[in-house]
Design a protein around this ligand. Structure first.
Ligand code: GAP
Length: 465
């Protein structure tokens, strides 16, 4: 059964994955809050990423840089000057749209749809977009009119002010990507961690963009979370390093997070669509209910960022390579993932509606055990067994997120567990509990297995919890 986005939004709210932000005040456009299950799901994805790419590797370290940075960082990175999208307003209904996205959406519907002259996605020259509009190619998605105002560039940086004196303010930006915090700390990290190139730095955190058309639930929002890696390598080894990351990132999505492999693809960005500093780039996309959408960008950023910060700050960011006594500016391969989008992909991927009559159909969230917000359900068969069930909760909750539920029939509790994606549920019955055993039910097969309590933690770990 194909999933509608509106169904998922309602389901996510009902079960406590994601709520509308500031709901009791009528909400705030495009802001979302992660509820108890959503917050845990996002945390699990982030921790699996850290485990895979930092903990398991000798060549990676973690960083947590500030959201507000010296504004010169964003001048040097090019964001103040050119981090913008082409914005146009419909003169009839006054809704605002991204010119490049409207062309892209038209191309998705009809691959032969004409594109503007010098088409380069969001980098298409404004004069070409304006003459394209004058020729009447694009209709307003809101009212259908073809009466557009002039296309202008709209900077996506969000800013606030930091008081520096009693009578004045100083403009600071909210970072639009976590990456720059890594670049400006490159020398600090290389020195203090004693890592030798090639090595990488991983960072998780919030990023902010004043998106023109935020949409599709938590897919495109003004406040979101990124998990980014900047992998520093010797110039000349960058092409090979890119290939390695391409494989590793793909495996992370399918093998580690368990996303369906036919719903994940990598699309190479053609040379004419690459930013000037990028040698090669592409996007990992997931097949969302609204179509393919980018979840990650993999880019060869060359030595552009370190070079730009060296020029603007005057700091020497070059690296002395002890292996061959050479000094150079490292090249950077950047696997940059949107954590909020990956969380949305995990929700879409696991949502499984089992059809039936209106009152019997049910939803099972088939999260991979390692991703599931709650790993184990602990259910005393009847309330009088609650002492044993609480004892088991005390043991298992040291290792796993557990859910304790003693309300309703056991089948009702299994169903509630399925609905929030708990992979294993344990029913406590005194006959086998007193013999040191429990019955564990598998969410996906419905099969029940007797497991010895002292082996339970290990058993659950081997199942991926
Ligand atoms: N440092 C490189 C960089 O930021 P990007 O392609 O602009 O590259 C990386 O962003 C990832 O961040 C995207 O692939 C996407 O998953 C996520 N992302 C970007 N803008 C977003 C938004 N407005 N809402 C949610 N996620 C976003």
């Amino acid at each position: 059964m194909s999933l509608e986005m509106s169904t998922l939004v309602t389901y996510a709210k009902t079960k406590g994955f994601v709520y509308q932000g500031s709901e009791i005040y009528g909400g705030l456009a495009n802001s979302w809050d992660y509820g108890p299950l959503g917050a845990q799901l996002k945390e699990n994805i982030k921790n699996l990423w850290i485990k895979e790419f930092v903990q398991k590797r000798k060549d990676m370290v973690l960083l947590d840089a500030s959201i507000m940075m010296n504004p010169n960082v964003w001048v040097a990175s090019g964001h103040v000057g050119s981090f913008s999208d082409p914005l146009m307003e419909c003169k009839e209904c006054h809704t605002r749209h991204r010119a490049d996205k409207l062309v892209e959406e038209a191309l998705e519907r009809d691959p032969n749809f004409p594109v503007p002259a010098n088409w380069a996605w969001d980098k298409t020259p404004l004069e070409d977009l304006n003459s394209y509009n004058t020729a009447g190619h694009l209709a307003c998605p809101n009212c259908g009119a073809k009466n557009w105002g002039e296309v202008k560039r709209f900077n996506l940086m969000l800013s606030t002010s930091q008081w520096v004196t009693e009578d004045g303010t100083s403009l600071v930006y909210l970072r639009p990507e976590t990456a720059q915090g890594i670049f400006v700390n490159f020398s600090n990290i290389a020195r203090s961690s004693r890592k030798k190139i090639p090595f990488g730095v991983a960072q998780c955190g919030k990023a902010f963009r004043n998106e023109i058309t935020p949409k599709n639930f938590i897919f495109r929002t003004r406040e979101f979370e990124q998990i980014e890696i900047e992998y520093f390598c010797k110039p000349g080894t960058d092409a090979e390093t890119f290939e390695t990351w391409l494989v590793d990132e793909g495996k992370f999505f399918t093998d580690v997070l368990g996303l369906k492999s036919d719903k994940v693809r990598f699309i190479e960005i053609p040379a004419e669509g690459l930013p000037h500093y990028s040698k090669r780039a592409g996007d990992f996309e997931y097949l969302f209910p609204f179509g393919w959408g980018e979840i990650s960008t993999l880019a060869n950023r060359t030595d552009y960022d370190l070079g730009a910060h060296m020029k603007h700050s005057g700091a020497d960011l070059s690296y002395f390579d002890p292996y061959d006594n050479t000094k150079y500016l490292p090249y950077v391969i950047e696997p940059s993932i949107g954590l909020s989008r990956l969380t949305l992909a995990a929700l879409c991927d696991s949502y499984d509606e089992i059809p039936g009559e209106e009152w019997t159909s049910k939803v099972v969230m088939r999260f991979a055990p390692q991703v599931a917000p709650i790993k184990v359900g602990i259910f005393p068969l009847v309330k009088k067994f609650s002492e044993s069930a609480n004892e088991l909760y005390g043991i298992l909750s040291k290792e796993f997120m557990c859910e304790y539920d003693e309300a309703g029939t056991i089948w009702k509790r299994y169903q509630r567990a399925d609905e929030i994606g708990i992979p294993f549920s344990i029913c406590i019955e005194p006959e086998n509990y007193d013999q040191g055993q429990v019955t564990v039910r598998d969410r996906d097969t419905g099969e029940q297995e007797i497991v010895v309590i002292v082996e339970l933690i290990e058993w659950l770990k081997t199942k991926g919890c």
